[in-house]
Design a protein around this ligand. Structure first.
Ligand code: URA
Length: 238
């Protein structure tokens, strides 16, 4: 069963009306919950639990797919629950009214783009190696890798007995004795970016995912999310 959601949002999710029109329907006494007319705004309903009608017609609780892009802060885990009680990313999307889960993982100390959805097939498509979904990261690394070492990562290196696929890498800036690089890979092995840079003896000091394909964080503040529209979803695979 889903999380509680405000009635007007639920009506909109079910395709009954826009959120504003749904509010008008509520105010006009056209909506009932379990047989009782509801005219106040903001009543919480749990999709699938109550019987809700609009002008006498029962609203089917088909759960709609929801897609969001979160700018994950450091210190949040990407599992749904944490035995150690650390904050979980879903704490940051409580108000979307659907039970979403993160697509793939980011380390505790990695920040940046994380898609959450309740659409299992899209999640699978993003993660399946055959789709080669590009993921772009900004990595602050210790020291400045020379062109030979960058070329090594671009071609692929042996990590735990398996070559990494070719990566796109460019230097963005020098930061004191350290260096900020952009790296794009389509694999999603555990701690892959950190392992790749450790392999060439330039450990990652800070890591941020900036994009899935052409879907980028843009100016989304840390800790905030935005809902994705169909063209955003297409951009993931470009
Ligand atoms: N690669 C890493 O090393 N860590 C992440 O969180 C994501 C990619």
């Amino acid at each position: 069963m889903s999380n509680p959601v405000r009635l007007q949002k639920y009506l909109a999710q079910c395709g009954i009306a826009s959120r504003r029109k749904a509010e008008e329907l509520i105010a006009a006494g056209k909506i009932t919950i379990d047989g009782r007319v509801v005219t106040e705004m903001g009543v919480l309903v749990t999709p699938g639990r109550e019987i809700i009608t609009c002008q006498g017609r029962k609203i089917e609780s088909r759960e709609q797919f929801v897609y969001v892009l979160l700018n994950k802060p450091k210190g949040y885990v990407t599992t749904l629950a944490d035995p150690q009680g650390r904050p979980v990313v879903t704490d940051l999307v409580q108000d979307i009214g659907a039970r979403v889960f993160p697509v793939g993982r980011l380390d505790l100390d990695t920040e940046g783009a994380l898609i959450l959805t309740n659409d299992g097939s899209l999640a699978q498509k993003i993660q399946h190696p055959s789709h080669e979904t590009n993921k772009t990261y900004e990595a602050l690394v210790r020291g400045t890798p020379d062109p030979g070492k960058i070329a090594l990562l671009q071609k692929g290196v042996l990590l735990e007995g398996k070559m990494t696929s070719p990566a796109k890498i460019r230097i963005l800036s020098r930061q004191g004795t350290n260096c900020l690089l952009e790296i794009t890979i389509h694999e999603g092995r555990k701690r892959q970016v950190k392992k790749m840079f450790s392999h060439i003896a330039h450990p990652v000091l800070q890591l941020k995912r900036t994009a899935y394909g052409k879907l980028s964080l843009s100016n989304l503040p840390i800790g905030r999310y935005r809902e994705l529209n169909p063209s955003d979803l297409k951009n993931i695979f470009l």
